[in-house]
Ligand binder design. Structure first.
Ligand code: NOJ
Ligand code: NOJ
Length: 481
């Protein structure tokens, strides 16, 4: 397919519209140098992310995982990566006040709806909606692969539900037609969101491949996003007077909850990644940053396994300790640990018979959890130290202060401010990995070499940018008074 010049024009219009706006809004406050560096990276991330979505020779609406076509070939539309990226596009769409930018993004959104419906209804897919990826020309990818991957439809449902709300609030002129194509109570399901919700509701018990596409089993990450999709889906169904469906989705979500609880390893104090291993690689430690991602992307807002909950913080602490020792670059303690996928990882971004490295998405996810915890504690005004979270907070404070189990640190206590401050600092110390290991021009690959720190794996990984934007957003939120 030929990229039309029009598409490039749309791309530049959007990028400049967004950049001008962020620069203008930031100019109002005085900033430290580091804040500026994070902001520059934000603007670069927007630019590169949109480049991957808007100016590629692809079927309209496609979100490629990376422009890299060989070594490795990531020039595909992965359902998971696309959904996570789409969520950031919706944020950009909501935040921009530039009307040209808004209408260009809107055009992409409409193409993206059509493309996903095409995928959902594509005949002959081996695993139906569990199909993990498609070719960039809008056709099926039929080589052997780890399938199904059932996080995809769940993530897609979550972000299309957000889109549904946007369209309703803004009253798009495309009107009821577009809303109907997104959600209609009719069965068998024919609308985008409902097709995904029905799939999730009927298939969540089934063994499937994890987000890293390597392990067939039951996964914390996948169940978390499935649960969230069903809860959000139930709200939408209720609003559409589809109350039978609402009750069904709520009921299935309620059944998922106790299944997720089982991933908590109380003797070792962390949430494991996988249970009921069926096939694919077996990870002895079961420690995996997929758990952190699951807590963030599967956060249904009801407190369950939230990214600031004790069990998630305990898991983060364990992961930091595990990766501290295996990556040489973590000996540089001027920054916090760079985190990889899991300790046993052998995928170096090109081949799987190598050694794994830290990734941008997983390291940024750690930063994001610190920022979110800051915001949550500030609101609560108290830190309760217990047997689950003690190691996390103790590590944050260092040896000078000794925390006691079952104690409460209230906002009047000076220690409370120290903890808050340390949370922001530790978040920044993780995020500094991105500034340090990323390219000077702001481009981010998938990984950074565990020994040299230089980037490797898929260049300009779309998800690296989406993840940076999500983390940056939480940092901004934490800084608001
Ligand atoms: C690409 C996958 O997405 C990655 O997770 C995996 O480790 C390698 N292929 C090897 O299967
Ligand atoms: C490999 C990662 O393991 C997987 O999560 C991702 O979907 C693909 N690469 C594409 O970025």
């Amino acid at each position: 397919m030929i990229t039309s010049p029009l598409r490039y024009i749309a791309f530049f219009t959007i990028v400049f519209g967004l950049l001008f706006q962020t620069v203008a809004s930031q100019a109002k406050t005085v900033h430290l140098r580091l804040d500026d560096a994070y902001l520059v990276q934000k603007n670069k991330s927007i630019e590169y992310l949109l480049n991957n979505c808007l100016s590629q020779p692809v079927y309209p609406g496609t979100i490629i995982a990376s422009p890299s076509r060989q070594q490795p070939d990531y020039f595909y539309h992965w359902v998971r990566d696309a959904a996570i990226t789409f969520s950031e596009m919706l944020t950009l769409y909501k935040e921009t006040s530039n009307s040209q930018t808004k209408s260009a993004l809107k055009k992409f959104i409409i193409d993206h709806i059509k493309l996903n419906q095409k995928f959902q209804k594509m005949p002959g897919l081996e695993k139906g909606l569990g199909e993990p990826k498609f070719r960039a020309d809008g056709t099926a990818f039929q080589d052997s692969w780890g399938r199904p991957q059932n996080d995809g439809p769940a993530l897609r449902a979550i972000y299309f539900i957000s889109l549904y709300e946007i369209i309703e609030n803004e009253g798009w002129s495309e009107g009821p037609g577009i809303l109907q194509s997104l959600y209609e109570s009719m069965l068998p399901a024919n609308s985008l969101i409902k097709m995904d919700l029905e799939y999730v509701a009927y298939h969540w018990r089934e063994s499937n491949f994890d987000l890293w596409e390597e392990v067939n089993g039951t996964h914390f990450f996948t169940l978390m996003v499935q649960r969230k999709a069903l809860l959000k889906g139930a709200e939408l169904a209720q609003k559409k007077n589809d109350s039978g469906a609402a009750a069904f989705y709520r009921q299935e979500a309620a059944k998922i909850t106790p299944e997720i609880e089982k991933f908590w390893n109380s003797s070792q104090g962390f949430i494991g990644a996988t249970r009921n291993h069926k096939a694919g690689i077996f990870k002895k430690s079961n420690l995996d940053t997929a758990v952190l991602l699951g807590a963030i992307l599967g956060d249904a807002g009801d407190g369950f396994m939230s990214p600031t909950s004790d069990r998630v913080l305990a898991s983060l602490q364990k992961l930091k300790e595990a990766f501290r020792n295996i990556y040489a670059i973590n000996q540089n303690t001027a920054m916090a640990e760079a985190l990889g996928r899991y300790p046993e990882d052998t995928y170096d971004g090109y081949s799987t018979n190598s050694v794994g490295n830290p990734w941008f998405i997983t390291t940024q996810t750690a930063a994001e959890i610190y920022y979110r915890t800051y915001t949550s504690l500030k609101k609560k005004g108290v830190v309760k130290i217990n047997s689950v979270n003690k190691k996390f907070y103790q590590a944050l404070l260092g040896k000078r202060i000794k925390l006691v189990e079952n104690s409460e640190i209230r906002s009047q206590n000076k220690l409370f401010a120290v903890i808050l401050n340390q949370l922001l600092t530790e978040g920044d110390r993780h995020l500094n990995r991105t500034l340090y290991h990323g390219n000077k021009n702001g481009s981010l690959s998938e990984q950074m070499n565990r020994n040299s720190g230089y980037m490797q794996g898929a260049a300009d990984l779309t998800w690296s940018y989406a993840s940076y934007l999500s983390t940056y957003g939480q940092r901004e939120r934490a800084q608001q008074r």
